[in-house]
Design a protein around this ligand. Structure first.
Ligand code: ATP
Ligand code: ATP
Ligand code: MG
Ligand code: MG
Ligand code: MG
Ligand code: MG
Ligand code: MG
Length: 292
């Protein structure tokens, strides 16, 4: 292949254009299932919201965020319906920030994980080669923290609006015996409070009591594990070798010393899935968003 690389054919390589993301921007990779309206029918997803399908999305997203492919550089992810958004920090250097590399990697790890996990969630509805769960992806850059916050707020508001509509729609169809067309007509032009009223008065459903995963979507985020107090990790004032002075840091330390020098215990972190309100400022100032 080395000979080939320098051959008269190698000029074709120059047609490949660079597509780096701007330096130092935040960016979001959003993936979305292709044709999931049909896919959800094929596998008899519960309407309006199938818990198994959402839990599967969440587990696939955890695999993406926590997997070695992304090197821990995705800091938070948000999911609803057949979509997931993965947020990366400014300092992300993954694949030289090449847009196509990053997007395709996220889409492909997500899809592979979704398929690998599928049988755990839908053991009686095997996937077929004709109707594979496939996802598209895009990357969008943002220049400020506020924009990233508002991006996630935008997705959570979308979750709320869709869930409200779908909940009333399917109550009218499944319990209210309307046709899908009738339900659509009945809801056209209604505002949120009217939908809540229909839900409550006609079907006895209190919207606020619905599963928060349906109402608020799912947030995949790192959580620091409390430091285990063991002999290995407990800080001690006597047994630690003295911290290296700035002068000695330049010259290579003897191997023995290098081995002895203990790094401060890196806090372990694990991924959690929560369904919290991130629209209010409190989530960003006092809640989990504070760590971002
Ligand atoms: P496109 O290919 O343009 O994305 P789509 O059919 O996937 O088309 P979306 O707008 O992405 O349309 O909407 C996803 C659809 O998938 C929802 O409208 C819903 O019908 C279905 N769906 C996704 N997740 C679930 C779920 N957990 N429970 C029930 N239905 C779901
Ligand atoms: P990167 O992540 O940068 O692409 P890579 O390890 O995938 O790294 P490639 O340059 O893409 O490296 O090369 C793919 C490698 O995978 C080949 O060099 C070879 O070692 C291995 N490989 C791929 N397909 C086969 C195959 N059918 N049989 C044996 N080895 C294979
Ligand atoms: Mg290759
Ligand atoms: Mg789409
Ligand atoms: Mg879709
Ligand atoms: Mg969608
Ligand atoms: Mg390769």
């Amino acid at each position: 292949t080395r000979a080939m690389a320098g051959s008269r054919f190698a000029y074709v390589k120059n047609f490949e254009l660079a597509d780096p993301l701007l330096p130092s921007t935040f960016f979001v990779v959003r993936i979305d299932g292709k044709g999931f309206h049909g896919f959800s029918k094929l596998h008899n997803f519960d309407k309006p919201s199938d818990v198994r399908a959402l839990a599967l999305m969440n587990d696939a997203a955890k695999r993406v965020v926590g997997g070695r492919e992304l090197n821990g550089e995705c800091v938070v992810a948000f999911g609803e319906s057949d979509e997931y958004s993965f947020v990366f920090k400014r300092t992300c250097k993954l694949h030289g920030r090449r847009a196509s590399k990053i997007v395709t990697l996220v889409v492909s790890v997500f899809t592979a994980a979704y398929m690998a996990l599928w049988p755990q969630f839908f053991p009686n509805s095997p996937l077929s080669l004709e109707h594979l769960p496939v996802f598209d992806g895009r990357v969008v850059q943002y220049t400020s923290e506020l924009e990233i916050q508002d991006y996630l707020r935008w997705r959570q508001v979308d979750t709320h609006i869709n869930n409200m509509y779908n909940t009333v729609f399917w109550a009218l169809v499944l319990q209210g015996k309307r046709t899908e067309q009738e339900a659509e007509q009945e809801l056209s032009g209604t505002i949120s409070s009217q939908k809540q009223e229909i839900l409550f008065s006609q079907f006895g459903i209190n919207y606020n009591n619905l599963d928060p995963m349906f109402r608020k979507g799912s947030i995949v985020i790192w959580e620091e594990e409390p430091l285990a107090v063991s002999q290995d990790s407990a800080p001690s004032s006597t047994s630690e070798p003295p911290a290296p002075s700035p002068e000695s840091a330049d010259s290579p330390a003897p191997l023995v010393k290098m081995r002895q020098r203990k790094k401060p215990p890196k806090p372990k972190r694990r991924l959690v899935v929560v369904h919290e309100d991130l629209i209010a400022d409190a989530w960003w100032t006092e809640g989990r968003g504070k760590a971002l």
